[in-house]
Design a protein around this ligand. Structure first.
Ligand code: TXA
Ligand code: MG
Length: 370
């Protein structure tokens, strides 16, 4: 099999209707899509990506009507139906949250975790994990016109994780998808580079307070305007909260990682010191905030710009995965990445950079062998 990159959506729609997987552009990253109502079709996503089977998929819809097949039927009827059913107070809170979040942020890069419709096969929600079956589904309405058109033409919702091989940086161009999956899928729809460049914000509406499970380009402060009690999921909760459900199985896995080790540095000085300590290396790629996109010095250090300055969060986000992939293609001994401030969209960028660096995160640099 050798993937073909196409611009016409018709062959993609035909393939999806035939139960195949197709890579499609979205405003965040490219997704590897299949019919979300077909267990067989969705099993091909896990196979093509080599994704662990307990890591659930995001379901994509093109209209509120389509949500009826995805979320729990009573919840749908209460939030969007014409009949006003009577609800207990907890459900009413969920209904209000769902209405507020979809009204303000859809279409766009916000994924909502809500109780699922039984029409959604178990495989979409990761089957079972540690004995606990998840009873929620993650759903979003992308704003990308090509993604919307494909979903609409298909007439069914599409399950779509990022279209990278599991563990690799997410793809923000059709060429990135080709790099990872050319011998594993048939079709890639090319919509040009993704605007945003990091994946959607994942917000769990079923917890006592709406909880950001994965930061993205919709920020905590934007959400708090409409859902005032929104909070951030603390990684440590995983360990201290015995009742923790496998609501973020993705957290267990190494992510966004190039093959070269990544060292995350919190100041220019720290990056310079680290680079000096590795002077014997063949090549070090330094990712930072430079005015030139690319340059190389005499000491086998190549500089790649994440953005001209560390506060240009939108630019850093849109460059991040492409720069990580480029750095990796240079086959360096080390990738040294400079942190950006952990605020607004910088939180999403740092979440990805920390994961990319995670295999080294707990070790002092000198104890890490390549
Ligand atoms: O922007 C995006 O969200 C992209 C594009 C293609 O839409 N998709 C994407 O999917 O990033 P993926 O599979 O790479 O990430 C989905 C994340 C995973 O961390 C997964 O664990 C989490 O969403 N997730 C999925 N279903 C969930 C659920 N029911 N509860 C909690 N987390 C869930
Ligand atoms: Mg992913």
């Amino acid at each position: 099999m050798r993937a073909v990159i196409i611009r016409d959506v018709c062959p993609a729609v035909d393939a999806l209707k035939a139960g195949k997987v197709v890579a499609i552009p979205t405003e965040t990253v490219y997704g590897l899509a299949a019919n979300a109502l077909s267990a067989d079709a969705c099993s091909r996503i896990y196979e093509a990506k080599k994704r662990p089977s307990d890591n659930p998929l995001i379901v994509h819809v093109s209209s509120i009507d389509q949500l009826a097949e995805v979320i729990e039927p009573t919840l749908y009827a209460d939030a969007f139906g014409s009949l006003g059913a009577s609800l207990d107070s907890t459900d009413q809170i969920l209904v209000d949250r769902l209405k507020a979040a979809t009204k303000r942020f859809w279409p766009g890069p916000l994924t909502l975790v809500v109780p699922r419709n039984p029409l959604i096969p178990d495989i979409v929600i990761g089957g079972s994990s540690g004995g606990n079956t998840i009873d929620t589904v993650a759903v979003r309405m992308p704003s990308h016109p090509i993604a919307r058109e494909i979903i609409q033409e298909c007439g069914f919702p599409l399950a779509a994780p990022s279209a990278n091989l599991s563990g690799r940086p997410s793809p923000t161009t059709a060429e990135h998808v080709f790099e990872d999956l050319s011998d594993r899928i048939e079709l890639i729809v090319d919509g040009g580079p993704c605007n945003l460049g990091v994946e959607s914000t994942v917000l769990d509406l079923t917890r006592p307070a709406p909880t950001i499970l994965r930061p993205g380009s919709i920020t905590l402060s934007q959400l708090q305007v409409f859902l005032p009690d929104t909070c951030l999921y603390e990684h440590t909760e995983q360990h201290r909260d015995n009742a923790w459900r496998p609501s973020t199985p993705g957290l267990k896995y190494r992510h966004y990682a190039p093959s070269a080790p990544v060292k995350l540095c919190f100041s220019v000085e720290e990056a310079d010191d680290f680079i000096k300590s590795k002077r014997g290396s063949n090549l070090i790629v330094h990712l930072g905030y430079f005015s030139l996109e690319e340059s190389t010095d005499d000491n086998n250090v190549a500089k790649l710009a994440l953005a001209p300055n560390p506060y240009d969060f939108a630019k850093i986000a849109s460059n991040l995965f492409a720069v990580l992939r480029k750095a990796d293609s240079m086959n360096p001994d080390w990738i040294v990445a400079e942190a950006c401030p952990e605020q607004e969209e910088g939180l999403a960028v740092m979440n990805r950079l920390r994961k990319a660096a995670s295999s080294n995160a707990c070790l002092a640099p000198e104890t890490v062998s390549k």
